[in-house]
Design a protein around this ligand. Structure first.
Ligand code: NAD
Length: 365
């Protein structure tokens, strides 16, 4: 396969693992020709560390580079829509970190433009392509737990200000536990169970200000703009009922991240913010869960597998798995949780979506 030339916009905290994997694990499919950051030092460091041919310090310059076919946008959430639109307008495909946008309208704008221009658009998370979640999907699709009746998902922690070097964005529009961690849980759930029809939720802001305790901004206070504890219900198109809690307000809990309950058994799904197992299955009247072997590849940190799949899809003329219908459905869902709480009523989703095909056993990029 002819490699796809890509440019990476944003050389912050998460860029290391992308650069490691895109120049290593996925180097047969992907050729990183340029990196870009508004902070020149970051672009130059990334260029040097990973041997990237070109470094840019403005978005205009990287978008004007004719060698680049696809932009990987790993900037902060407020920049996802503008940078994706710039890429599409420059005739480049776009793969974006989560969330696709900070509001539904900005997501719709991008999907419309990508369709008009016949360009690919999609993005993170790609953990649903990891061995753990793909194994769960196979168990469900092959009928091991029967029809899905319900799901229970829970992401609760005390926020990111104790470790992230610039955590303010987690408390601004486009952040919060729903827009930050929700994409992992929701992308996993819609891959396992299918599209969601409607949502009802309650939200709260427990701490109106957050104190940064990580370096270099230790001691800085951040005003909180978005809900930081969100609990809600989802009605899936297939009739299953889901519950989801995402929180930056409480300490660690001991619930499984995701449980799927079927008419003939139950499944404990591994952490959707990771790629591997464990996968645990309880069948019928058995009294205990049993660990099931993870049968797919990508069990270690494989961030960028969605980019590799998109590059492969581009060459094969098929739809990428981490595609814009999926990332938009997840955005639509996240907005619906916040809106339901504000409105005090059920919110119907704007668009459904069809699950992408699962990976084939042994499929590698
Ligand atoms: N840090 C993590 O562990 C992690 C994990 C998974 C996903 N993510 C997601 O990845 C994205 C980036 O997160 P991060 O932690 O790397 O943030 P970060 O703040 O550490 O890095 C973002 C970088 O993008 C640059 N940037 C911002 N706007 C730009 C623009 N228009 N053009 C060029 N560069 C620009 C900034 O200068 C910065 O260097 C976020 O959407 C986040 O949700 C982060």
């Amino acid at each position: 396969m002819n490699k796809v030339n890509i440019g990476i916009v944003g050389c912050g905290n998460i860029s290391d693992i992308y650069l490691t994997n895109l120049t290593g694990m996925f180097a047969d499919r992907v050729n990183v020709v340029a990196v870009c950051d508004l902070i020149p030092e970051r672009a130059l460091n990334a260029q040097k560390e990973y041997g990237i041919p070109k470094a840019y310090f403005t978005d205009e310059e990287i978008m004007a580079d004719d060698e680049i076919e696809l932009i990987v946008n790993i900037t902060t959430p407020d920049q996802h829509c503008p940078v994706n639109l710039m890429a599409l307008n420059a005739g480049k495909h776009a793969y974006c970190e989560k969330p696709l946008a900070v509001c539904r309208e900005d997501g719709e704008k991008q999907v419309k433009l990508a369709k008009e221009k016949g360009l690919l658009l999609g993005g993170a998370p790609d953990t649903f392509l990891g061995g753990g979640i793909q194994t769960c999907r196979k168990l469900i699709d092959d009928g091991w737990i029967g029809d899905v009746v319900a799901v229970n998902a829970s992401m609760r922690c005390r926020g990111h200000e104790s470790w992230h070097p610039s955590p303010a964005f987690y408390y601004k529009v486009g952040g919060g536990p729903m827009f930050d961690m929700g994409p992992y849980y929701l992308t996993c759930l819609v891959n396992l169970v299918g599209a969601v029809d409607s949502v009802m939720a309650y939200t709260r802001i427990t701490f109106p200000q957050r104190l940064i305790t990580s370096e270099p901004l230790r001691g800085t206070l951040v005003d909180v703009e978005v809900p930081t504890h969100i609990a809600g219900l989802m009605k899936f198109a297939n009739g299953a009922i889901g519950t989801l809690t995402t929180s930056f307000d409480v300490y660690d809990d001991h619930q499984a991240c995701i449980e799927v309950f079927g008419s003939r058994g139950s499944l404990i799904v591994p952490d959707p913010n990771g790629f591997g197992g464990p996968v645990k299955l309880l069948r019928g009247t058995a009294t205990a869960y049993e660990e099931v072997p993870v049968v797919y590849d990508y069990r270690e940190n494989s961030r960028g597998v969605g980019v590799a799949d998109m590059c492969t899809a581009l060459r094969e003329g098929r739809k990428p798995r981490a595609n814009c219908e999926q990332t938009f459905h997840v955005l639509d869902l996240m907005c619906a949780f916040h809106e339901s709480s504000q409105a005090g009523s059920e919110i119907k989703l704007r668009q459904g979506f069809d699950r992408c095909p699962s990976l084939s056993l042994g499929e590698k990029f």
